[in-house]
Design a protein around this ligand. Structure first.
Ligand SMILES: [Ca+2]
Ligand SMILES: [Ca+2]
Length: 170
């Protein structure tokens, strides 16, 4: 009995028409109505498969403008235009991020983590305002270090998603 089963499997795999296609699909006289639907399903699955990386990257990297209001971003950036005036608490409040849900704050984190390392490193933090608007200024070294110190609770020298969320929503 076992031998028969395994030889059937062997036929399925080696019929030359695809590894997982059951043999009845290629015998239209027995089940004529199944084949077209099965093919349509395969085509749709294949299209979804092709599009899924695009959909995923779109979901993963939202622009700040999708999360926050452009005019709020502009106001907040203007308020801290002068070097060494940056205050992350006031900034997150003005930009509207503080009043967002944790999910939106996480999306903002993903947008700021430019190299997708899962962390905002010191060099990314320096350019954090550019993540809100392309004309955002660079933070000074002093501002970058103060920002990092405030967020980096575990002391590994970079900001994780949880650290960022806690900092914004605290
Ligand atoms: Ca990073
Ligand atoms: Ca950290």
């Amino acid at each position: 009995m076992k031998k028969v089963e395994s030889s059937t499997e062997q036929n399925w795999c080696s019929n030359g028409n695809g590894p997982l296609s059951p043999p009845y699909l290629f015998a239209p006289s027995q089940t004529p109505s199944l084949s077209p639907y099965q093919n349509l399903y395969s085509v749709i699955s294949f299209i979804i498969f092709l599009c899924s990386p695009l959909l995923r990257s779109r979901a993963a990297k939202m622009a700040m403008n999708d999360i926050l209001k452009t005019e709020d971003i502009k106001k907040a950036l203007d308020a801290f235009k002068a070097a060494d005036t940056f205050d992350h608490k006031k900034f997150f409040e003005m930009v509207g991020l503080k009043s967002k849900c944790a999910d939106d704050v996480k999306k903002a984190f993903v947008a700021l983590d430019r190299d997708n390392s899962g962390f905002i490193e010191e060099e990314e933090l320096k350019f954090v305002l550019k993540g809100f608007a392309t004309d955002g200024r660079d933070l000074t070294d002093k501002e970058t270090k103060a920002f990092l110190k405030a967020a980096d609770k575990d002391g590994d020298g970079k900001i994780g998603m949880d650290e960022f969320t806690a900092l914004v929503l605290e």
